[in-house]
Ligand binder design. Structure first.
Ligand SMILES: NC(=O)c1ccc[n+]([C@@H]2O[C@H](COP(=O)([O-])OP(=O)(O)OC[C@H]3O[C@@H](n4cnc5c(N)ncnc54)[C@H](OP(=O)(O)O)[C@@H]3O)[C@@H](O)[C@H]2O)c1
Length: 432
């Protein structure tokens, strides 16, 4: 990098355009902090005409040319998707060129292999923007908390679903109305399934679980439930009992195994995560030595995400200037995280909210309590409301194994007096 660090950009969409803007508008400050000026090199897009007015002198529709360009010192991958991003990032790392990416799908699926490639070639692979957009959580977990032992990570990692649940909770509107509102504001895609079914949060949960526990967890290992089954009735019941419903991504370690799950959960209104409203993200980390920490902010959007990407560029620039050659043991540790096994979700310790439609007749409560008792799932509180022929029975359990909870639900479904298991939500973050 004779007269500056040359940045090759794969993608000039929402995030890519934000990165270009920051590199231009904050150029002087970035040069001071990185120790070297940054220069924009080739930029790859699909549709050249659409970007022709953006003042990008080295615009191309061939992303391989960006990765292969001899003067490029670092590649920023903000094109999204697994393919062809995976091959492009692989080829950059293989030739020793560091990569900064915001691509959660890529890191959640192939992070371990890519980290190994980076370690082998001495390049750096940075992905701060991949988990919570502008909220720093990768560096805190990897660096600031490196001396601690993380017990659990609880995250609100998807702004779309948090917006929808906030609207349902504050306006008492339906899921469909809140989704339509999110789509109108541009928070939700026309096809919202990646968000509302929890896929996006599961990818981020896999990345956090891998980092927090030195494990290899992919999105396929993450147990996942979305928010499409959450009703205004659930939210109203939760509020009456002092809880707020949130889509949580949970990474935890117990008995030498790592677990990762994404599902809606009741969170006590007094918990810091309950105050995370609208499209905001937050990551709540429980450290053995540091105690509880919360990282909060905008989990998406051009400029917040670009801020994280450019922060990573500064990290790469400093490492290149320092001629960083990490000790071999460190390289090995980075490349081959201890193979901590992934836990079956049935072994997770959970507390549950269970809403049942039951016949409004004597003996129902005893039959229901019996089904819970068969699996030693103890009930913390019960609330019943008669409605003539039928009644609703709401139960909150004490902590139990997810496997025992499921067996209890199966048993409840066989009881003649139980018309429907209307809702099952976990309860996280302590007592309300
Ligand atoms: N948007 C956010 O708020 C946000 C937040 C955190 C992380 N991220 C992640 O950041 C990445 C980028 O997201 P984004 O919202 O910026 O996406 P986007 O707006 O769709 O932009 C993607 C860019 O990549 C280009 N591109 C895609 N495939 C290409 C190919 N095969 N060859 C050449 N160029 C190609 C597109 O070119 P054209 O413009 O010509 O179509 C476009 O410029 C994703 O991995 C996403 O998950 C996004």
């Amino acid at each position: 990098m004779p007269d500056g660090l040359v940045v090759g950009l794969l993608g000039h969409g929402t995030v890519g355009a934000g990165v270009v803007r920051l590199l231009r508008e904050h150029a002087d400050q970035i040069a001071v902090r990185a120790g070297v000026p940054m220069r924009l090199g080739p930029v790859a897009v699909r549709d050249l005409a659409r970007h022709s007015g953006a003042g990008l002198p080295r615009l191309t529709d061939d992303p391989r040319a960006v990765v292969a360009a001899e003067d490029v010192d670092v590649v920023v991958e903000v094109m999204g998707g697994v393919d062809p991003a995976r091959a492009l990032v692989t080829s950059a790392l293989q030739r020793g060129c560091s990569v900064v990416t915001a691509n959660k799908a890529l890191i959640a699926r192939h992070g371990a292999q890519l980290r190994a490639l980076a370690a082998a070639s001495g390049a750096r692979l940075e992905y701060e923007a991949a988990v919570a957009g502008g909220v720093p959580i990768i560096k805190p977990l990897r660096e600031s908390l490196a001396g601690d032992r993380v017990r659990r990570v609880l995250g609100i990692l998807n702004g779309t679903t948090n917006y929808i649940l906030t609207r349902m909770s504050e306006d008492a509107g339906s899921f469909a109305d809140a989704l339509a509102d999110a789509q109108r504001l541009g928070y939700a895609e026309a096809d919202p399934s990646a968000d509302v079914e929890g896929h996006d949060a599961a990818q981020k949960a896999a990345i956090l679980a891998s980092l927090a526990f030195d494990a290899t967890v992919t999105d396929a290992d993450v147990y996942r439930e979305g928010i499409t089954g959450v009703t205004t009735t659930d939210i109203a019941h939760a509020a009456r009992m002092g809880y707020v419903v949130k889509l949580l991504a949970i990474a935890e370690q117990a008995d030498g195994r790592v677990g990762a799950r994404v599902h809606p959960a009741l969170v006590p209104a007094s918990h810091p995560l309950a105050a995370v409203r609208d499209a905001y993200n937050a990551v709540f980390v429980e450290g053995e030595a540091a105690g509880s920490l919360m990282f909060y902010g905008r989990g998406a959007g051009a400029m917040p995400t670009a801020s994280a990407v450019v922060g990573d560029l500064v990290t790469v620039a400093r490492a290149l200037l320092a001629g960083e050659a990490p000790p071999k043991t460190l390289l090995r540790a980075r490349a081959e995280p201890a193979q901590v096994p992934v836990a079956d979700v049935a072994t997770a310790v959970v507390q549950a909210y269970v809403l049942l439609d039951v016949a409004d007749e004597p003996g129902v409560l005893a039959a229901v309590a019996g089904a819970f008792g068969e699996r030693s799932v103890s009930i913390r509180s019960v609330w019943q409301e008669g409605r003539g022929e039928t009644a609703q029975l709401l139960l909150i359990t004490h902590a139990t194994l997810e496997g025992d909870l499921r067996a209890t639900l199966d048993r409840l479904r066989t009881l003649p007096t139980v018309r429907d298991v209307a809702s099952v939500l976990r309860v996280e973050g302590g007592e309300a």
